[in-house]
Unconditional design. Structure first.
Ligand code: ARG
Length: 584
């Protein structure tokens, strides 16, 4: 819709000059003021005059009347009506559609993107599972929100660096080493992979914590032993290093399967362990700056002035902590990528952690502290069950995906057994359904997950959206078979119905939606846009025959609408990490 907004801005600006306004707002400012009327009968775009009343010393309705009187006519605008302090612009439907379709058919899958990020680099830290702990449904958030935010930036011209900051360091390795040496068997781990490691991890946590509800005491010695093993690992003990590497390889094999299903790759897998030798320099800097305080043997940065608990830098035994590693990693990333923005996507439980160490980075005098962004998301629960990583009652992402794909496979077997590539389609639709459903709620909200709702082919779901895309493909294939060329000259567009017009307006909104989702770090903007687009396309399809249209211009316009819908849906799917099978 941007071309139409620019056109109206130039008309309004000219009228304001005619009126004799001293400081006419720039076209860009006028574009930003334009609003979409709440319903089609009130026009296609509205210009509110309220903000000009101070400068022009007039009531908004009078300003609106003054502007209206001086507007020159334009082929894009059929009529302008004044409603109180608003000016409502009504497009010439055919002129609007011709220009909009021409743009979409030229830009194809690039439509909606921009070059606003040209020359800028964004580092994105997301997914980042903790090795040896299960990849569970709670990680869906960081993984798909993070990837979606990356896609939005790429589409908008930014250079992006996706980092999987693996949680491959920390006391959990001490625990796992103790557990493995006590109860584990090499062959079992080799055979059972990460599941066996997770079992060992769960078991040792149970032993350490005990069960206070049933009067089973915890085992403190085991906890001490685990700490000692981690300490040895930090000091480079060769046996422990070897074991740690092995645990890491086994975990990675599992994660890679999940990333492959999601069509996701990372530019870097440098995890927490990579920063072990980069922390002392930062700790030293903190010390030199006088920012470190000793508190009960631990080294901390006092943040009381900022109304936050202290940031822990070194434990009593001298081992480093999560914030210390994040600080060292941020310094390294800034040096390596010279980022314009470094975005972290995690569950909102970590919000304080990020606020704290961002503040410490600022106190350390790093002038890029304000380029660090934390994007938190709400808790995800399944059928009301809250999930905990440490104690085994977890729903693995792998299993959620697996169940979704199984269900879709059986629907395909029943409804369309002849379909080619059944397995690939079942994966695309099953996994797409989960992602879509998850990305429908705003990221700050907690969400609960009901599998059958996600998999429905009706309503606001991934399968419905994918099915709509497949419908656009099938229409275009049939058109080609009938010799009805898809080479549409969009300048010949004619709009004969409200459904066509509503659809083309919706398609033209895509670039603005991308910008909105990008600026607010909110993929759900795209998900909702997909649903509205699919709904308007299906209404159009239902009411406006495409291939049997007898008038050549009508046929071409409808094919152009179908083709453009295909481009827009496919691009939008990719922004929320959903695949676009051409046949379902
Ligand atoms: N590994 C952490 C976890 O799963 C998330 C890491 C987030 N990124 C960061 N730079 N702290 O809880």
């Amino acid at each position: 819709m941007i071309f139409a907004k620019l056109k109206i801005a130039s008309l309004v600006s000219a009228a304001l000059k005619e009126i004799g306004m001293a400081d006419v707002p720039t076209d860009k400012d006028i574009v930003a003021m334009l609003e979409y009327p709440p319903s089609a009968d009130k026009g296609d775009l509205a210009f509110p005059c309220f903000r000009l009343s101070k400068a022009l010393r007039k009531a908004p309705p009078m300003i609106a009347a003054d502007i209206k009187e001086r507007l020159v006519s334009d082929s894009l605008i059929d009529k302008v009506e004044q409603a109180g302090g608003y000016l409502n612009f009504y497009f010439n439907k055919t002129a609007f559609a011709s220009e909009a379709l021409a743009e979409m058919l030229t830009k194809k899958d690039k439509f909606g993107g921009s070059d606003e990020g040209k020359g800028k680099t964004v580092v994105l830290d997301y997914s980042s599972p903790n090795i040896c702990k299960p990849f569970h449904i709670g990680h869906l958030g960081t993984t798909v929100i993070g990837h979606s935010i990356k896609k939005l930036h790429e589409f908008s011209g930014y250079k992006c660096v996706g980092i999987n900051y693996l949680g491959d360091w920390g006391t959990q390795f001490g625990k796992l080493m103790v557990a493995y040496r006590k109860w584990g068997k090499k062959e079992e781990v080799e055979k059972g992979g990460i599941d066996v490691l997770v079992d060992l991890y769960v078991r040792i946590n149970h032993e350490i914590d005990g069960d206070p509800d049933n009067n089973i005491p915890g085992n403190k010695e085991l906890a001490d032993e685990a700490r000692a093993e981690f300490r040895k690992l930090e000091l480079g003990d060769p046996d422990n290093i070897e074991l740690w590497k092995w645990f890491k390889d086994i975990s990675m094999k599992e994660y890679e399967k999940t990333y492959a299903q999601l069509d996701m790759t990372f530019d870097s897998y440098l995890g927490e362990s990579f920063y072990t030798d980069k922390m002392p320099e930062q700790v030293e800097k903190l010390r030199k700056l006088g920012l470190l305080k000793i508190d009960d043997g631990a080294s901390i940065v006092d943040l009381s002035e900022y109304k936050m608990p202290p940031c822990l830098i070194l434990k009593r035994d001298g081992t480093t902590l999560y914030p210390t590693r994040d600080i060292a990693a941020a310094v390294y990333r800034h040096k390596t990528y010279n980022f314009d923005k470094c975005v972290y996507v995690t569950a909102d439980q970590q919000s304080l952690h990020f606020k704290q160490w961002f503040k410490v980075v600022e106190m350390m005098g790093y002038d890029w502290y304000d380029k660090l962004v934390h994007v938190p998301y709400g808790t995800i629960s399944v059928a009301g069950v809250k999930l905990s990583t440490r104690h085994g009652n977890v729903l693995l992402l792998r299993d959620v995906f697996g169940q979704a794909v199984d269900k879709v496979r059986s629907v395909i077997e029943e409804k369309n057994p002849e379909l080619e590539n059944k397995e690939a389609v079942a994966e695309a639709v099953g996994i797409g359904a989960i992602i879509y459903y998850y990305l429908l709620g705003g990221i700050n909200k907690s969400s609960s997950f009901v599998m059958d709702d996600a998999l429905s082919f009706d309503g606001n779901t991934g399968p419905y959206a994918q099915y709509t895309y497949a419908r656009t493909c099938s229409i275009l294939t049939k058109a080609a078979e009938l010799g009805k060329t898809a080479d549409i000259d969009a300048k010949d567009a004619v709009i004969t119905s409200d459904d066509e017009f509503a659809l083309v307006k919706q398609l033209a909104l895509f670039p603005e939606k991308v910008k909105n989702a990008l600026d607010s770090y909110e993929p759900s903007v795209i998900t909702h846009y997909i649903f509205d687009t699919a709904t308007l396309f299906n209404r159009f399809y239902h009411n406006c025959p495409v291939l049997s249209a007898d008038d050549d211009k009508v046929l071409k316009t409808r094919l152009a609408l179908t083709k453009s819908t295909g481009y827009v849906l496919k691009s939008a799917f990719s922004l929320i990490c959903m695949k676009a099978p051409e046949k379902i």
